[in-house]
Design a protein around this ligand. Sequence first.
Ligand code: HEM
Length: 500
Amino acid sequence: PQCFSVGGWPVIVLTFVLCTGLLLRFRRRRLNLPPGPFRWPVFGNWFQVGDNLNHKRLALLARKYGDIFMLQMGERRIVVVSSSELAKEVLHTQGVEFASRKGNIVYDIFTGNGQDMVFTGYGDCWRRMRRIITLPFCTNKVVQESHAVWEEEVNMAVEDLSSTRESFTSGIFIRSRLQLMIYNIYYRMMFNRRFIDEGDPLYVELEAYNAERSRLAQSFEYNYADFLPFLRPFLKDYLKRCEELQKKCISLFRDIFLAERRRLLSMAKVDDGDKCAADRILRDEMNHEISEDNVLYMIESLNVQAIETTMCSLEWVLAEIINHQQIQDKVRDEIDTVLGEVMLTEPDIHKLPYLMAVIKETLRLHMPIPLLMPHMNMKEAKLGHYDIPPGTKVLVNAWWIANNPDIWESPDKFNPERFVQDDIEVKGSDFRFLPFGSGRRCRPGSTLALPLLALVVGRLVQTYELLPGPDLDGLDMSELGGQSSLHLLHCSLVRVRIRA
Ligand code: HEM
């Protein structure tokens, strides 16, 4: 009897654990989960797949396991869809079910656990933020009102590119001047403020923070501890660096950019209009539609989202037309035929289908956010014939859908003609081509980014012949994939020749 009483509790606990385990196993067996590699206990597929879940590696896995497959990465469950039909299911047909987001340990730090809109869960708060950001920043009306500012900034940048002798001889890194131009365009729209030159101390500080934030968030090197929480102590220094950087970024926006707009707003008369997007957003905050933290995180993440994607797309387009001189000539001929000697302005862009085709073909081949932003279902759902448990991270491999030889002819070839012959829509209604996503969580920025890219590329080509650096056959097109980005790995030297 003593023996029985001593062993009583452990036996009860053991029985409970075994029964729960059996019940869970039974339930799991009942679920028809998507296929995938064999899952090891605790580690799942981590040994087979590793940390680097870039779009190309996921495309290889899609070839092996099909258009929908599942990876169990430690405690994270990831479902990857790789066909236009399934993308339509996730983004459109079952758009509400899959409209939430799944972050990771580093994104959670940078977005204040989803207070920024990009990572906010689907619901009223997201709806409010989306309206608050779209109206002053991402509509056709905003484009009409701000294109004169864009043209001013583009003119200055284009002129500066030939201000040194090296531009014509040994070549220059055009990236840095073009990046300042993109910052100035978005910062004038957002805060009615510009940076004087690349040495402006505030610009230097901001650019350094953004570059570091991007490096830390986009790297795959922290995945192991995101997947396997018991390894997190090894990532302590990395996470501390992210937290410190995030504090600095937030302070910069709170104490400088937003403080200035608050001060000017407090002095403005009642009927003074808003001077920039931040004024409108701050008024919404004063009306208690959005919290101060939301404003800060939203503006801070928008600054990265808008600048990084536009800049990275611009670099890819320029690299492609430098490496394909005949295509560059064709863009120039189109502009000359339509506009003669008149400099391109934003309202002319719709008359230039070949220029737009070049931009679209670049976004197809080098999609800046190749896996879209991670989606998530809050409740159990079905995709294809499979059960998707709640809380699953769902990745749409939009890059592979746009580069799959079963759908596209010679997908590796840079061939803008395909977008001339077939008017493939870019804003999310054609599920073969989704550079901006589709449905509820899609691309508010396409309204700005597409005309802006066309304007910059058009003006550059109108003014110069863009050439690779001396002794180079072409620019290095190696790529760097990140958690949600696809960059040109190396910055190459470029020469310009003023048109005869
Ligand atoms: C979301 C692409 C420029 C703001 C997204 C998504 C993609 C994307 C793929 C995720 C869609 C999804 O998960 O289904 C791009 C590309 C750009 C660009 C390729 C430039 C070439 C911009 C700009 C802005 C912006 C200029 C700001 C003005 C946002 C925001 C979201 C988003 C706020 C989150 C929307 C939400 O979750 O509801 N973008 N974007 N983007 N983008 Fe962009």
